[in-house]
Design a protein around this ligand. Structure first.
Ligand code: B12
Ligand code: SF4
Length: 427
């Protein structure tokens, strides 16, 4: 049985290898599978509940899994929690834009926080909600009711629109140490940044002021950007991000190359229909090692030149120094330095430079990017082989290939039917 993001985004691929491929899952789905309990070959059975479950096991129930994982964490030991699922916003590239926002039970949340405080000295909790604090007051009331002020360190991914000064004060009082707002683009998605129709330099100024305000209340801010969105063209978006970093020296920038994860997002259907999705193996789909969407307004070489320029700027020694000085607290300061000099900063500059150089000098490599061939360049095959080590020989034949247009192609076919009564197929 396979569930999780791969099963949800690439069911056509997953069913080649698994008897059950599961999307949203609730007790009924599990019950159906256990009752059916059969081998489904040559293609696994697709199953899904209509929506995300209304309740999930809390930290106390998951503690037997969380505790051994924390023991393995070398430095920062962080407990993952969820207060909600889905998101009310509609960023077209995001898996949660089509999942209705749904808060989870606040009583479970309170019980879990009390449990953590009893069990761990000073816990660190990362809220893995796609967008933390949509129901801000209810959630904060629950936290304040459950535990004393500032007794747990919290990390959360929230959109800027939820991070006004009143909210920031309350977050600060309650031990929030890091937030990760998504800015994504200077030309789009103004609603989630609270910048409305502002674009370009005007949006840079507004967002920069806002992030500097956050930094006055919370020690760590990571601002996320998506590079290569269709609204971007020419050097300007990259130059604007540099201006933003200069004006907001304390923010740590997280850059993602635009990626289309199968069925994850509404925009993927259009990207597949217009044949803009490249068949990079799943191994590389981590928002960085490969960009599997052909950019609309850039040639590959120009795009990588811009990405390299921006990454170099963001992780140059002067920028690292500025970030160090603009950040308070030892852990946030040094974390920023370590991230910049590790595979996330320096490592990516080296990697992108290698890709850029091969686009210039390695014809089979360039042909793959230009969608003139689907034969995976040796450069990428070698990486999978190296990363898998002894597991390379266990890779099933064909596992490095998938249909990048499976989502669009499936729209033309009737939905799959259940193989047995009582087992519901995915919608
Ligand atoms: C939290 C999160 C993380 C956390 C995970 C921490 C952790 N230990 O869990 C962190 C920050 C570490 C992380 C990292 C990464 N992530 Co992430 N992450 C998420 C996020 C926001 C929420 C996932 C979640 O827990 N949801 C709550 C659960 C309850 O919902 P669910 O996952 O949909 O699960 C339901 C079903 O899928 C099913 N189900 C799930 N598992 C199983 C298992 C079985 C057996 C069954 C039957 C059912 C089942 O039941 C659940 C209830 O319906 C998702 C976006 C999203 N909202 O889905 C991205 C997401 C999963 N991440 C993604 C990516 C790309 C990454 C990174 C590669 C990013 C990077 N550049 O490094 C890394 C990869 C890390 C890794 N090694 O796998 C992508 C995956 C795309 C894809 N299809 O492959 C997603 C979908 C975001 C996106 N870009 O669209 N991530
Ligand atoms: S605000 Fe964040 S979680 Fe919500 S749809 Fe946009 S990108 Fe996704």
């Amino acid at each position: 049985m396979l569930g999780g993001p791969h099963a949800r985004c690439y069911p056509e691929d997953a069913r080649k290898y698994f008897d059950y491929v599961v999307g949203f899952t609730d007790r009924q789905v599990i019950h159906d599978i256990v009752r059916d309990c059969a081998r489904h070959r040559p293609q696994g059975l697709l199953l899904a509940a209509k929506q995300q479950p209304l309740e999930l096991p809390g930290v106390r129930e998951r503690w037997k899994f969380i505790a051994p994982t924390l023991r393995k964490a070398p430095f920062l030991k962080i407990v993952p929690m969820l207060g909600s699922l889905g998101c009310p916003y509609t960023c077209s590239f995001c898996i949660d834009s089509v999942v209705p926002y749904q808060p989870l039970d606040l009583e479970v949340l309170k019980r879990d926080l009390r449990f953590l405080l009893r069990t761990v000295g000073r816990p660190r909790v990362a809220w893995h909600d796609p967008n933390f604090g949509v129901r801000f007051d209810e959630t904060m009331d629950a936290i304040e009711e459950a535990i004393p002020e500032d007794s747990i360190d919290f990390i959360a991914e929230s959109s800027l629109s939820l991070l006004g000064e009143d909210h920031l004060r309350r977050l600060q009082r309650n031990g929030f140490k890091a937030v990760l707002p998504g800015i994504e683009s200077w030309y789009d998605l103004g609603n989630k940044s609270k910048t409305g129709k502002a674009m370009g330099m005007e949006k840079v100024r507004q967002v920069s002021d806002h992030v500097n305000l956050i930094l006055r209340h919370l020690p760590y801010v990571q601002t996320n950007f998506v590079l290569g969105l269709d609204g971007d063209s020419g050097p300007e978006p990259f130059e604007l991000t540099k201006r933003f970093l200069k004006a907001t020296p304390g923010a740590f920038p997280g850059f993602s190359l635009l990626s289309a994860f199968g069925r994850a997002a509404p925009v993927n259907l259009d990207l597949q229909r217009t044949r803009r999705v490249l068949p990079f193996p799943f191994h590389f789909l981590d928002n960085n090692r490969a960009m599997n969407v052909r950019p609309k307004n850039y040639a590959w070489g120009d795009f990588y030149d811009q990405v390299i320029g921006l990454t170099r700027y963001a992780f140059s020694w002067p920028a690292i120094g500025r970030r160090f000085r603009a950040t308070s607290g030892n852990i946030p300061r040094w974390m920023n330095v370590v991230r910049a000099v590790s595979s996330e900063g320096f490592g990516r500059i080296r990697y992108y430079q290698e890709v850029r150089q091969r686009l210039h000098s390695d014809p089979p490599f360039r042909r793959y990017f230009e969608q003139e061939t689907t034969e995976l360049p040796k450069f990428f095959v070698a990486q999978v082989r190296r990363d898998l080590g002894p597991f390379w020989d266990s890779l099933p034949p064909g596992a490095l290939h998938h249909d990048p247009n499976a989502y669009a192609n499936s729209e033309a076919r009737p939905p799959p039917t259940p193989l047995r009564t009582g087992v519901r197929p995915a919608q």
